[in-house]
Design a protein around this ligand. Sequence first.
Ligand SMILES: [Zn+2]
Length: 319
Amino acid sequence: MGSGILRAGARFLPAGAVVLMYHSVLPDPAPQRDILGGIVHPLAVFERQMEVLAREYHPVSMQEVHAFVLGQKPLPRRSVAVTFDDGYADNLEVAGPVLRRYGIPATVYVTVDCVEQRQIPWPARLRRAFLTTKKTAWTRPGGAPVSLPEAAERQHSLDLTSDHCAGLCGDVQEQFVAAIERDLEVGPYTANLMMSWEQLRTWVKQGHIAGSHTLTHPNVAHIGDAELQRELSESKRRMEQQLSQEITHFAYPGPALQPIWSQKTRQVCHAVGYKVVVTTTSGLVRPGADPLGLCRVGAAQTVAGLRWNLENSFLGRRV
Ligand SMILES: [Zn+2]
């Protein structure tokens, strides 16, 4: 509706590519709602979105987007790259066959500790703890008691806890999350949602790209210098060891707090050898853009929403 007019207008605009951001794709997201929230796409929607991309747009890889911003390779108008954050196994198992059917290349950014420990990223663990706990009261460290049956208080507690956790990484983060799970009396989450190294190797063999999303998914603009260095370089090193290839792609986690990157994080990305880095800032990727701070666009939860986001982004509007 109305997208024909938007599309006609896009012909007169300078070239640009859209990098779409997905997380998880499941046949039935309902059972995972208390864990993954709004980051899951139902398979039926994802399938229709990929069909639209293949028919009305030009799917390209992040390697092509990189060459495009460097001025080494022109891209057709309405070029779109597909990316997935966190490293869910469903990217290969559920989205993979759809991508193959439509010939769409994609990039997955994995949280390396989650791959190695088959553990969901901490925002999902905290969400699960607060949304599934049977406890009715909880006292935030240094705070007032919270009545958990009150939806607003429960959500507020989750938000505050997430803001705190976003600045933690490694063992300190693990201890913090485990303490919340203990406090709220939810046992460890045992279902396996994350890719294994073997699955990631299959992903790469299928022609897709694997990039890093840190070791433990902190907001890297809010952690110490040594931790920043380690999250960026150690995740890269372990991926290179496991995949026997150089890892040059990276996606900033944006679990909570703003901003999610800075000139310092950009400098460390450059120093450790990342070449193509994506953020969660919405916008069109134009020729000459900084390859170490590329915009992305949310995929939206419907086909109409996806078209709207794409058409507006190609017109240079933020969505
Ligand atoms: Zn993430």
